[in-house]
Design a protein around this ligand. Structure first.
Ligand code: IVH
Length: 669
């Protein structure tokens, strides 16, 4: 009996998955919705009565996940890189020349593929079952969002080929009509709107309830595969394999010449408005996998592929007003208030005007008809004025010399185009600083969004960052619309933020020029805020990826002694935030772990900086001169005295090929 039921459950699950595949992937359903629902109801009833027989790949398990409060961070088996961008035929021709020069006397074929404007996702399959889905994150590690990915019907829970262990990468996206419908619903509910389909995809993937994700109509195009024992020799074969395994792949075509590539590009540049989803360009990939491998990677992207972006969408509209926004470092930026105009799938009512000089240079006036442009992920900007439509009574725009928030005077550095409010107690700056501090990529404080920040600041409960940690149930009780539960949530969120590592704290402080990457670099290099503040301009400049201008400005922005800064003192000693780096989490075991490495000579595949970054990522330390403390020398072409010295000292030496082999072993090349 149980045997029969198990068989029926399995048959129903298989049949339903097949119908989902035909409907979503092939777009060719063979049964009616009612018939599908009837089969699904039968399966659900059987599974409910026999929970032990529920298969992990049963279609009923797509939305089986329970809400999560957070997504675990997971390291990618190999980094998720990005693509180099090109914007002109010349850029693409230069790419083609580089490829051919690196592969002398070989025929090169390309695959032309659409570049989907969505969110990258990595899927891990074991024995053909989907076991994990991880967002790109910073490329090295991302969020595990498996329960959410399982709700996407075009992501197979089981591949249509048995016994496969692989990683598949691709793009999650939302069709433009689904995006429009979602925003219409949100507008009706008075909710905040998404700027474009990509943002709504990203937002949907981060929802903490898979049942809600399932309603978002997300879809997936696969464009990359790494399979154990995969027999493919060409990228185009990989795409065929992905299709055979039940996935959708982006529209693509093999091209023997650049002329073919350009013809297809022109075709899609015109046809993209008719596609149901957004593409922001095309991707050109070397078809042969062996050639791809030999072309290798830079620290950021494969040398065998290139994105060729479409030009930005443009529109004309009237400039109704110019608003001034005060940022967290006091920078005052002008924002164009526009007569709302549709542009590339969204309605634009505001656009960036950069700064006072830009307004002056372009002589942009209120009342003008302006040209606005939107390029992919950036906020639309005003790029020009149609003078012929200028009203007779228009006047040149005079940039105010007072802060719109605190009315203090604005200053301007000779070197900078930005007008700045220097009043550190400016109410607008305080709000922006608090918002930045609480943001997801900073201290990630739940319950401290812009509306709560506004209340806390307006009521005078929070006058600086350290005041946040002195809030309590009573003081929060005084706020309107803040129930006991939300108050407790916020206090819990603040408490949890005390565990954030030093690099997050450093970023959250909102020091000029200290973005997430710089914060991470500085935290690693100097170890603590005290030591960072003691650093000289030269020491700052010697830090990987920090140039002289930033070093100087950073030096000026850092307090001399954190202990004498009241807010920092309280954040460190009373709130007990992490002002020091904890011992680094272990880098993946590699040939470079714990070693002191020197790089010399010219490497053909990497710049010195790229090679150093990879070695550091793998747990090694790089220095510039060879000594008895050196463990390893990487010797490129024309290695001179350092190689001789290393040999004299008996230091191990790797040539470029051996170096790359070690990187490959560690999974970063
Ligand atoms: S290949 C090494 N193919 O564009 C990166 N990417 O920066 C390999 N994208 O992060 C990516 N469509 O999220 C590739 N057909 C396509 C793509 C595509 C969209 C995204 C992807 C990647 C970004 C490039």
């Amino acid at each position: 009996m149980t045997q029969d039921i198990a068989q029926r459950i399995a048959a129903l699950a298989d049949e339903l998955e097949e119908h989902l595949y035909r409907y979503h992937v092939l777009d060719a359903p063979t049964i009616s919705d009612q018939e599908f629902d009837r089969l699904l109801a039968e399966l659900q009833a059987l599974e409910e009565a026999h929970p032990s027989l529920v298969r992990p790949d049963s279609p009923t398990q797509r939305v089986g996940g329970t809400p999560t409060s957070d997504f675990p961070t997971v390291r990618h088996a190999r980094p998720m890189l990005s693509l180099d961008n090109s914007y002109s035929r010349q850029d693409v021709e230069a790419f083609d020349r580089r490829v051919r020069q690196s592969l002398p006397d070989e025929a090169v074929e390309y695959v032309f593929e659409l570049k989907i404007d969505g969110v990258a996702l990595s899927l891990i399959y074991q024995d053909s079952l989907l076991v994990r889905a991880i967002t790109r994150g910073d490329g090295v590690q991302g969020d595990e969002i498996t329960a959410n990915a399982r709700t996407i019907p075009t992501i197979p829970l089981r591949l249509r080929q048995s016994g496969v262990n692989c990683e598949i990468r691709g793009e999650v996206y939302m069709e433009i009509s689904d995006f429009a419908q979602l925003n219409a619903q949100r507008a009706a509910d008075d909710g905040p709107l998404f700027a474009n389909p990509r943002n709504s995809t990203a937002g949907s993937l981060k929802l903490q309830n898979p049942n809600l994700v399932a309603k978002r109509n997300l879809r997936f195009f696969a464009y990359w595969i790494h399979a154990e024992g995969g027999g493919q020799t060409r990228h185009s074969e990989c795409l065929e394999t992905l299709r055979a395994w039940g996935l959708m792949v982006p529209e693509h075509q093999r091209c023997a010449s650049l002329a073919d590539v350009f013809a297809l590009y022109d075709h899609y540049a015109a046809a993209r408005a008719e596609l149901p989803y957004e593409i922001d360009g095309v991707v050109i990939k070397v078809d042969s996998l062996s050639q791809q491998e030999r072309l290798g990677y830079t620290a950021k992207s494969p040398r065998s592929a290139m994105a060729y972006k479409f030009p930005a969408y443009q529109a004309r509209t009237r400039l109704l007003d110019i608003h001034l926004q005060v940022g967290r470092t006091g920078a005052v930026t002008p924002v164009a208030v526009l007569d709302p105009v549709p542009l590339a799938g969204s309605t634009i009512a505001r656009a960036s005007l950069h700064n006072a000089d830009e307004i002056h240079r372009k002589d942009i006036r209120i009342g003008d008809t302006v040209l606005i442009e939107k390029g992919g992920d950036v906020i639309p900007k005003v790029v020009g004025v149609d003078r012929s439509e200028r009203p007779d009574d228009s006047a040149e725009y005079a940039f105010p010399n007072q802060c719109p928030s605190c009315k203090g005077s604005l200053s301007r550095d000779a070197e900078e185009a930005v007008a700045r409010c220097d009043n550190s107690t400016c109410p607008a700056q305080l709000r922006r600083r608090l918002e930045h501090f609480a943001a997801r990529n900073a201290m990630d404080i739940e319950g401290l969004g812009p509306a709560v920040v506004e209340q806390l600041a307006a009521e005078g409960l929070v006058k600086d960052l350290s005041d946040l940690y002195e809030l309590n149930v009573e003081s929060l009780g005084a706020l309107e619309r803040m129930g006991e539960k939300s108050a407790q949530n916020l206090l819990d969120g603040l408490d949890r933020s005390k565990e954030q590592p030093f690099d997050r704290v450093l970023f959250a402080l909102g020091i000029r020029h200290v973005g997430t990457t710089v914060a991470r670099t500085l935290a690693r290099e100097f170890g603590s805020l005290d030591d960072l503040c003691k650093a000289s301009v030269e020491e700052l400049e010697a830090t990987h990826e920090i140039g002289p201008t930033i070093a100087r400005s950073l030096y000026a922005s850092l307090p001399d002694l954190p202990a004498l800064d009241r807010v920092l003192y309280k954040l460190k000693n009373k709130a007990k935030l992490q002002f020091e780096m904890e011992a680094e989490e272990a880098a993946p075991a590699s040939h470079f772990s714990g070693k002191t490495v020197v790089i010399t000579g010219t490497l053909s595949g990497y710049s010195r900086d790229e090679a150093a970054a990879l070695i550091e990522r793998l747990g090694g330390k790089t220095t510039s001169s060879v000594s008895k403390n050196t463990d390893l020398l990487i010797a490129g072409e024309k290695a001179g005295s350092k190689l001789a010295r290393a040999q004299a000292l008996g230091v191990a030496v790797l040539d470029e090929a051996a170096f790359i082999a070690q990187l490959q072993e560690a999974g970063v090349a």
